[in-house]
Design a protein around this ligand. Structure first.
Ligand SMILES: C[S@@+](CC[C@H](N)C(=O)[O-])C[C@H]1O[C@@H](n2cnc3c(N)ncnc32)[C@H](O)[C@@H]1O
Length: 342
């Protein structure tokens, strides 16, 4: 019995050490991705000295980083002890072709991202984002004014969005003709998917002025015959009126309840009676997996937002004077709430 308890204790202690060192593991992966080591190893095996020269790093320390990474399968340490090779796990971190993991690695590797998580205690104490306290600037301001932060955020946003947009364009019965306004449409991938799937629909992306040129670029390449326009604006101020359908995807989760009601009420004032607004969000329930739970916490850390259950979105839509007509699953916990003016 005593022996059994001792073994268990050792197991628990080991497990806790692994949890405590989880932050170190993550940081080691971020740094390897940031240095572009997976991209260099895609060209063939390389020695630590060669990698250090190409990345402008301190060879002995880089060697220790690679060695520890190889213990959990990120890179393979060859028998000479000095040469490293790519593994399936390190290959997903390559900047090209831009997998969600590689863009996430670059987003998470930024010092401002790490600093915000470092102040998680503040977020838990106050329920507020720790970003500004940790970095002296809000997330939205930084991704507006700093080109590198903007690039990292947009890349992370676009890989998520591209992966799900085609599914959304098929999951909802979009009208065959008419005009769709995607509010806070990001880089335009949802609108591009809708216009690709429905060849007679026209559309508008409303976005922050600094994002609009990127949406223009994506839509111009999407082969949608100029059936689009972009509007540089602010969803707290003015939403293009008179459309046949409005959409807002993964933009409400960045805000607190009262602000969400403000945004929805603002959109409502531009909607004719009977015109739908589709609210698209991860709608979480008590059974969300670990990944979804961490993503929800990330929203609070970065911008003070959170993922919510469907019942919360229904309540917020009603507070904004909207009536929910239908709830449509898209895949995973992403759902579409189809609303109209109450
Ligand atoms: C998480 S992203 C989602 C973007 C896009 N809908 C998607 O699913 O990829 C949230 C978007 O809200 C936009 N946004 C934030 N504040 C805004 C404002 N005041 N007016 C318009 N867009 C805003 C951001 O620029 C960002 O693109």
């Amino acid at each position: 019995m005593t022996e059994h308890v001792k073994t268990l204790d050792q197991g628990v202690n080991r497990q806790m050490v692994e949890l405590l060192q989880g932050a170190w593991r993550a940081r080691a992966v971020h740094v390897a991705a940031e240095l572009g080591i997976p991209d260099l190893l895609a060209e063939g095996d390389r020695t630590v000295a060669d990698l250090a020269e190409r990345t402008g790093t301190h060879a002995p320390t880089l060697g220790r980083l690679l060695r520890v990474l190889s213990t959990f399968g990120v890179f393979l340490r060859l028998p000479d002890g000095e040469t490293y090779a790519q593994t399936p796990l390190s290959a997903v971190l390559m900047a090209e072709p831009g997998s969600p993991e590689s863009t996430d690695a670059r987003f998470m590797a930024a010092n401002w991202h790490w600093a915000a998580w470092g102040d998680l205690l503040h977020t838990v104490r106050t329920g507020e984002s720790s970003f500004e306290k940790a970095n002296g600037i809000s997330f939205w301001e930084l991704t507006k004014s700093d080109p590198d932060a903007k690039r990292r955020f947009n890349a992370a946003m676009s890989t998520v969005s591209e992966a799900e947009s085609a599914g959304i364009a098929r999951a909802y019965d979009f009208p065959d003709a008419g005009h769709v306004v995607d509010v806070a449409g990001g880089l335009g991938s949802l609108l591009a998917a809708i216009l690709t799937e429905h060849r007679t629909v026209r559309g508008t992306v409303l976005e922050r002025p600094e994002i609009v040129p990127l949406a223009e670029e994506l839509l111009a390449k999407a082969g949608v015959d100029g059936r689009y326009e972009t509007v540089a604006g602010d969803f707290f101020e003015e939403i293009p009126a008179g459309a046949d359908l409005y959409t807002i995807k993964r933009a409400l989760h960045d805000w607190d309840d009262d602000t969400i009601v403000r945004i929805l009420a603002r959109i409502r004032t531009s909607m004719r009676p009977g015109v739908p607004l589709l609210i698209m969000e991860s709608m979480v329930d008590g059974n969300s997996d670990q990944e979804a739970l961490f993503r929800g916490l990330l929203l609070t850390v970065l911008v003070g937002g959170q993922d919510r259950p469907e019942s919360d979105y229904r309540r917020l839509a009603e507070r904004a004077g909207l009536r929910v007509r239908r709830s449509i699953p898209v895949g995973g916990d992403l759902r579409i709430l189809e609303t109209v003016r109450a």
